[in-house]
Design a protein around this ligand. Structure first.
Ligand code: 2RA
Length: 339
């Protein structure tokens, strides 16, 4: 069985990764369509050896495809995903538009695979925010073993999370800063080269950002609403790969050695944790990789049952395109893609 698949937003960072990963994992595809907004019609994108020309989303007949992977803005998805789902194909949406919709499953296959079973309510499945996706892969097995009481996260998020414009801004500022003076910020609110910015997204009334609120809301929806989670999201001058310093307090006993063994056996995770220079992961090494990496697993002696972790993943892959493709694979395995 193979499927007719469309990738919407095919010219962006994540859209291109979706095409790469569909090909890399040999997802069964009989016909691939790359769709984009009017200004990108005719732009060529690669799908393995094939060159695919972008078609206009406005003119596309979605009843011709079985599965649609969306990498577009929340407002665009809000308008288009329900229309596409109603036309027949199942939509896997990488935007924030439907993540908290009670009739739309929010899925990370290692965490809550069974939620794909009720995707037919709207024919839409939401992909979580990149910083949440990697976090929940690490939290889920620990929660099952020792019930998480509270999590404190600080993120170190790469500029590719803000799209190609974010990557270009870091590149240009870094190149120019000592020669011409730093180019003024456009995509980010302050200079990102040789700097860190404790702000991602937009401010909410409580002083947190929407990026921070996504992390607790989405963790609650996918794992357990009783987990207390607080977070500070920070943009750092790294091209690809989000990192997170994670402090976890449990209801039941679990020490660093047990957590390390448990995480080693858990799906989607690789533990690299030795006390030497090669014994921990950095975003540079995680770039291009599929798994979520965990390092620096330590007991937290300030609470009764607590540990600290360092969690890193490729935000364009596990944080976005790979997770979407893994959802597609799960739908295929469970025969949930209608033809
Ligand atoms: C970022 N989390 O890193 C966002 C992208 N979804 O900006």
């Amino acid at each position: 069985m193979s499927y007719r698949v469309a990738v919407v937003g095919a010219t962006g960072n994540v859209g291109r990764e979706m095409l790469n990963i569909l090909e890399e994992v040999e997802f069964p595809i009989s016909k691939i369509h790359a769709l984009a907004s009017r200004k990108s019609i005719g732009v060529e994108v690669s799908f393995g050896e094939q060159i695919v020309r972008c078609e206009d989303i406005e003119q596309f007949d979605f009843s011709k495809v079985d599965l649609v992977l969306m990498s577009v803005s929340g407002s665009f998805s809000k308008e288009w995903s329900p229309k596409i789902g109603a036309a027949g194909p199942i939509v896997i949406d990488n935007s924030s538009a439907f993540r908290m919709d009670p009739d739309v499953p929010l899925v990370v296959p290692e965490v809550n695979p069974d939620d794909v079973e009720w995707a037919d309510r709207k024919n839409i499945i939401a992909n979580p925010n990149c910083s949440t996706a990697q976090l929940v892969v690490a939290l889920k097995p620990l929660h099952e073993r020792a019930r998480i009481k509270r999590v404190v996260v600080s993120t170190y998020q790469s500029v590719s999370g803000a799209g190609k414009e974010g990557m270009d801004e870091l590149f240009d500022q870094t190149k120019n800063v000592f020669v011409l003076g730093a180019t003024p910020p456009k995509k980010f609110p302050k200079q990102i080269a040789f700097n860190v910015i404790p702000f991602i997204g937009s401010f909410n009334d409580d002083g947190y950002t929407d990026e921070e609120a996504k992390m607790w809301n989405e963790t609650h929806k996918m794992i357990d609403p009783d987990i207390k989670l607080t977070v500070t999201c920070v943009r750092v001058p790294v091209m690809v790969g989000h990192s997170e310093a994670v402090n976890i307090e449990f209801h039941e006993p679990l020490d660093a050695d047990e957590a390390r063994d448990l995480l080693r056996e858990s799906p989607g995770l690789i533990v690299i944790d030795q006390r030497n220079d090669k014994g921990y992961i950095t975003p540079k090494e995680a770039q291009g990789e599929f798994p979520v990496f965990v390092s620096r697993i330590r007991n937290d002696p300030t609470v009764e049952h607590g540990i600290n972790l360092w969690v890193v993943a490729d935000n364009l892959r596990k944080g976005a395109a790979l997770n979407a493709v893994q959802i597609a694979q799960l739908l295929h395995e469970r025969d949930l893609i209608k033809r």
